[in-house]
Write a protein that binds this ligand. Structure first.
Ligand code: ACO
Length: 333
């Protein structure tokens, strides 16, 4: 029987630190307002001419490959999640493949927003368990800083997001004691417009960006914050409990919960619902903001580096995002 296991983790965050105080040059806001509602103290913004979505992903992937002791040539497939690709098409997965010299292998580019990394991990898990591939690179990478509206009009959304990338090497194993136990994926498109960016949409008379489209705000993130909060706290908890039930486990069995870093208030609420102690939940939104598909692998990387992920631990990844999408992965490390 084949199982999938994570053998290497890597991440990259740009070196340009943007504090809450720095944001006051663009909009009327304050450190107090941002921290109280989101927990965020600072985030990273990419540097134009140095970082791209694909180059950040490549840096994260190089680290993951090195830690897994795997060469680029040994990778059979790339699954790449982002909602902020370098080009409208092709996806950034192809650009990263080129940079890493992995020509010829398949690249699956997915979106799935804040749930993108868990969706990507689930795809990798299936391909490995069917015996199709042995080594898969799973990536989440985002540059949010260029498309958020930093004026007063967009400030409730702009303060939340940051840039970064994370990667995991997923490999086949016959050892049932250390593996991905299960993944669960969900979505509800009825709420698509509660968190979305409309343009550049194709179902328009003309897709080229016009001043009218820009003035209408079609390129900006639109978020119904209240709806996102209400659905997130329910779905996060539900999908974690679904994963535990499928494996005949309970919340006390979780060694570490790595939630998508959406907002510290959402993570705290979920932690309380599951009755988990603070030390069992990873929060690094304070330093990176919400990096969408990159948030879970960055948080998992930091936890691993801090020695908070040890062999035998039960690690739960959980996400909620635009779509709405929500997903979990339960891993016996
Ligand atoms: N600084 C100062 N004041 C602000 C800011 C800001 N950055 N943004 C908004 N305000 C003001 C508004 O102008 C408004 O003032 P008014 O009452 O005088 O009109 C007031 O604060 C409330 O504005 P809202 O837009 O209603 O902001 P809200 O209180 O809802 O807070 C927030 C925004 C923190 C995002 C909230 O909606 C929330 O917690 N949402 C949950 C969803 C979430 O966290 N999403 C994150 C990403 S999505 C994901 O990853 C799944």
């Amino acid at each position: 029987m084949k199982y999938a296991t994570i053998t290497g983790l890597g991440y990259y965050v740009p070196d340009n630190v943007i504090t809450n105080e720095d944001l006051t040059q663009y909009m009327e806001t304050s450190d107090e307002w941002i921290q109280e509602r989101t927990g965020i103290q600072q985030r990273r913004y990419f540097t134009y001419g140095k970082d791209t979505n694909a180059s950040m992903a490549a840096a994260a992937s190089r680290m993951a490959l090195e830690r897994a002791n795997v060469t680029a040539k040994e990778v059979d497939l790339i699954v790449y999640a982002t909602i902020t690709p370098d080009y409208f098409f092709p996806g950034s997965g192809f650009l990263m493949q080129r940079e890493l010299g992995m020509d010829g292998i398949g690249v699956i580019d997915i979106r799935d927003q804040c749930s993108g990394f868990v969706y990507a991990l689930s795809i990798a898990d299936q391909f490995i368990r069917t015996g199709t591939y042995k080594t898969i690179l799973v990536v989440g990478s985002e540059i949010q800083s260029t498309w958020i509206d930093k004026s007063n009009q967009g400030r409730s959304v702009a303060v939340i997001f940051g840039d970064g990338a994370g990667a995991a090497v997923v490999q086949a194993t016959s050892d049932p004691a250390h593996r991905i136990l299960s993944t669960h994926l969900h979505a509800d498109g009825r709420f698509a417009e509660d968190l979305y960016v409309k343009d550049p949409g194709s179902s328009r008379p003309n897709r080229s960006a016009t001043k009218e489209m820009v003035d209408e705000g079609g390129f900006n993130v639109v978020m119904n914050g209240n709806a996102v909060f209400k659905h997130a706290v329910v779905r996060f908890t539900e999908v974690i409990q679904e994963a535990l039930k499928a494996n005949e486990l309970s919340p006390e069995d979780i060694s570490l919960l790595v939630p998508h870093q959406a907002n510290i208030r959402i993570s705290d609420y979920v932690r309380q619902q599951l009755k988990l102690p603070e030390e069992k939940v990873i929060n690094n939104i304070q330093r990176y903001g919400n990096t969408t598909a990159a948030s879970i692998p960055i948080a998992l990387n930091e936890a691993w580096e801090q020695g908070r992920v040890r062999p035998g631990d039960l690690v739960c990844l959980a996400a909620f995002g635009s779509g709405f999408t929500w997903a979990s992965a339960l891993i016996r490390w």
